[in-house]
Every structure is written in C-alpha cells, then in structure tokens.
Design a protein. Structure first.
Length: 270
C-alpha cells in the first residue's frame, strides 16, 4: 500500500475513534510495527494528534464533523483496488469458471470479488451481493439477476451493511458464496471490522459452499475477527506467490487450494 493511501486510512480512523494504538494501525493498513509508528509520528507532527504510550490521541478540534469518515475500520475500496491487480483478476476469472449456468450465488463486497465483474458479462446467474459497484455493473452490463441485502451504504468501502438482523435474505439459498477477506490465518477467514464480520457471517449462512478469493498478500496477519474457520472453506483460490507455509496450513485443514498465475494483461479497471 502506498504511503499516501495508508496515511488516509489512519487519519480517517483517528477522526472516528479519537485514539489509535499501534496495533490498530497495523491491523487497518497491514503495515509493519515500524511503519505504524512512523504513521503515528506524522499525525503528531501534523498537529492532529498527541503521542501517547502505545498509540496516538486526536487533539481536540483537529477533525471537523465534515471530515469524519465512514465508521468501518478497513481500507477504502479505492485504496485496495490497485493492489495486486494481476493476481486478483486471475483469481476472479477462476472463480467465475466455477459457476454453472443458472446458478444462485453470493458475492461479498471486496476488490478481489469486484474483479469477477469482467467475467460475469455473459453469464446467466442469480447473484446476491452487498457490493453496490458490483450490483450496478451487473444491472447495467449483464443479464444476470441481481439481489441486494438491506442495510446502510458505506461509501468508502462501497458496501451495504446492516447493523441489525433483518429478513431481507433469510429465505435466500445459494449453491456458492465467493468471499474475499483482509486476511486468512490458522483460525480461518479474518475481517477487521465487526459490522463487516457480522454481515459476512449472515451471508455465509445462506450458502452451501464457500469459495474464498485470497491473493498471496492475504496470508499476512491482519484483523482480529474470525468470520469462519478454515473447516468451513470448500475451496480457496490464490496466486502462485502464496507462501508455501500458507499452502501447507490450508492442506492440513483439508481446504482444496487452487493456485493460478497472475494475469499479465491486468489493468486497474475490470
């Protein structure tokens, strides 16, 4: 992640929370401890925060209401969509190849799952998604049927998330769910924000099989909220740069792992 993008995420989180620990910065940006400390120093040098033991505290009046961010503790969609594009496109293409004509599928919001859009142009599926850019693309550019869950729109992450239980999807039944996440570890699929983790858990209950889309960078520890254990994953698609120890971890858990080569023709836009 570029330094400017990381700084934007950290600044937004500080405006929302008022205090950030070094661990918070690492979880939200995927940065090392040293980089997270430098981010904290920059906030203090900019007159936005006071350095405290283990983190930074926002100075009173440093952030106006107008600059307050959407309250999700994850990278913005725009900050993530330019990272590992070649790998994400290859992973997304393989994911769409797993769909059969007429399938009912769920696609969660994320920049890897967004890359599926390019390969869904000629499919005929019924798709439930909480990604509003994906839904908009599918509506205007394809003949797929599209369903959306109820909830609030979070602009930075381009997600529709409900902080409450609702019946919008309780009767939905899908053969496959395609899920991206901020991290994959021994405990399973990891997210960094409780609202997102809860939304993904609700969607997961409506699907028979879970297919995780995770490029090789997703095996770096981030976040702290387990969406589901490795045992719930039926298959995981990653790229050829995935660490050998991560592939071994998946194998021990009985997860079918599909490795693809990054798409050398990838561009930013699907």
């Amino acid at each position: 992640m570029r330094e400017r993008q990381r700084a934007e995420i950290v600044r937004n989180l500080l405006a929302e929370r008022g205090f950030l620990s070094i661990a918070d910065i690492m979880a939200a940006t995927g940065a090392s401890a040293a980089s997270a400390r430098r981010d904290a120093v920059r906030l203090a040098d900019a007159g936005l925060a006071e350095r405290l033991h283990g983190g930074v505290q926002a100075l009173e009046g440093a952030f106006s209401r107008a600059t307050a961010p959407a309250p999700l503790a994850t990278r913005s969609f725009e900050a993530s969509r330019t990272i590992n594009v070649a790998a994400k496109r290859a992973i997304a293409r393989k994911a769409v190849e797993m769909c059969a004509e007429g399938d009912v599928v769920i696609v969660n919001g994320g920049t890897t799952t967004w890359q599926m859009s390019a390969y869904l142009r000629d499919t005929r599926l019924k798709i439930l998604t909480n990604s509003y850019p994906l839904a908009e693309f599918l509506i205007h550019e394809t003949q797929n049927r599209v369903a959306l869950p109820g909830g609030e729109v979070y602009r930075d992450q381009k997600l529709i998330v409900a902080p409450f239980d609702d019946d919008a999807i309780q009767h939905y039944s899908a053969r496959l769910m395609f899920m991206s996440a901020i991290s994959i570890g021994p405990l399973g699929v990891i997210e960094g924000d409780p609202l997102i983790a809860r939304a993904e858990t609700k969607l997961l209950k409506r699907a028979d099989r879970l297919i995780v889309l995770a490029d090789s960078s997703k095996f770096t520890p981030r976040g702290s909220l387990v969406v589901c254990p490795l045992a719930r994953i039926h298959a995981l698609i990653t790229d050829s740069a995935a660490p050998p120890d991560a592939l071994a971890m998946l194998g021990r858990a009985g997860v079918e792992t599909i490795v693809v080569e990054p798409d050398s023709r990838a561009t930013e836009a699907a």
